[in-house]
Design a protein around this ligand. Structure first.
Ligand code: KG4
Ligand code: ZN
Length: 342
């Protein structure tokens, strides 16, 4: 029997990374990410600059993804792209490009929800990966979102809890900013934390109902703490950076783990996945690994390159939709605000 391969090109441009990936069936052949360094000096993503950079990057990034996959663009079976949520100007670049290419090649166009794609990255086929069985719970933690989602099948999602203010990625990035670290600060806090004592300083955990989160109080608490310490010792940050980062990270991860414990108790579901940029964090990865023996959970931790924004996750979501012939109409619109359930 001749097996038929399916090749999907994924395009991601929702925020400040321009990315393109090619997958064959469920396997990644290429996953190119061009990160935009320009935003670091502004301390956050500048939307206007992001869309301009996407415009510059999109053609070479797509070309490189196709080349590295060792295929020709005529081999592609469909083009999937991020429809939302994200920055409108950024989304428009990927959306318009995907539409033109799909029309030019006369192949199906598939729209993908970025938040669903973060979760569906768990279904990328890799050596030794176990796919989470349905239903499972996914803690989606990124720069824009903090959600606990029940996943009943590839396209059935239910939000069990979410942040009522800042996202956890913002908690990392804003804390880092208070410490004078460059944007995005999450990875730096993680790196410095590895050399620090997580119990050196204690920060109050927010009191918020059930499965919801709140991080704005924590951020203010950290700001006041640092201001007070700096009055006593202007070199407080330099002298204690490792311990401060370790303590902040410990508090944030404790908050996330507490909510996951509540979720398991409430739903009885012990298959727990994480997704989104903050799932690159070494402490949350370690704690979830430990939870397997500690509490009998089965945990699913994505490969590092599928945690932060990337097009492989858009391509796998596209592939799963392709199998259902769930195609988009050419009139499909980029949508800045889109829930994981939409
Ligand atoms: O998913 P993502 O790449 O973009 C959004 O869709 O938001 O997530 C970016 C967020 C940023 O806030 C960044 O600081 C955070 O993920 N992040 C981390 C780590 N790596 C990325 N936060 C903590 N520890 C990390 N290692
Ligand atoms: Zn994301």
């Amino acid at each position: 029997m001749v097996s038929k391969n399916t090749y999907i090109l994924g395009i991601e441009s929702s925020c400040d990374d321009t990315s393109a990936a090619v997958i064959r069936n469920g396997k990644v052949l290429s996953n190119i990410v061009a990160s935009q360094e320009i935003h670091a000096k502004y301390g956050g993503v500048v939307p206007e600059l992001a869309s301009r950079a996407h415009q510059q990057n999109i053609v070479p990034v797509v070309q490189q993804a196709i080349e590295q996959a060792g295929i020709n663009k005529d081999d592609l079976n469909a083009i999937s792209f991020t429809k939302g949520p994200g920055l409108m100007g950024s989304l428009l670049v990927g959306t318009s490009f995907a539409k033109s290419l799909a029309m030019g090649l006369n192949i199906p166009l598939i729209d993908v929800n970025h938040m669903q794609a973060h979760i569906l990255a768990h279904f990328i086929e890799e050596e030794n990966t176990r796919f989470p069985p349905f239903p499972f719970v996914c803690l989606t933690i990124s720069g824009g979102h903090t959600q606990i989602v029940k996943v009943s099948n590839y396209f059935e999602f239910e939000i069990l809890g979410e942040t009522i203010d800042d996202a956890v990625g913002e908690a990392f990035d804003k804390s880092a900013k208070i410490l004078g670290l460059s944007y995005p600060g999450g990875p730096l806090v993680d790196r410095y934390a590895q050399q620090g004592n997580p119990k050196a300083f204690s920060f109050t955990k927010p009191k918020v109902g059930d499965l919801d989160f709140s991080f704005s109080g924590l951020k203010t608490g950290i700001l006041y703490f640092i201001q007070k310490k700096l009055e006593e010792n202007p070199r407080f940050i330099q002298e204690n950076i490792y311990d401060i980062c370790a303590s902040i990270q410990y508090t944030i991860v404790e908050i996330l783990m507490d909510k996951l414990k509540n979720t398991v108790q409430k739903t009885g579901i012990k298959h727990i996945a994480i997704a989104g940029g903050v799932s690159a964090n070494s402490e949350i990865r370690k704690r979830l690994q430990l939870a397997q023996n500690q509490w009998g959970w089965t945990t699913y931790i994505p490969k590092f390159e599928y945690t932060t924004d990337n097009a492989a996750m858009i391509a796998i979501a596209g592939y799963l939709k392709y199998l259902n012939k769930n195609y988009a109409d050419i009139s499909v619109k980029a949508t800045a605000r889109l829930k994981v359930t939409e």
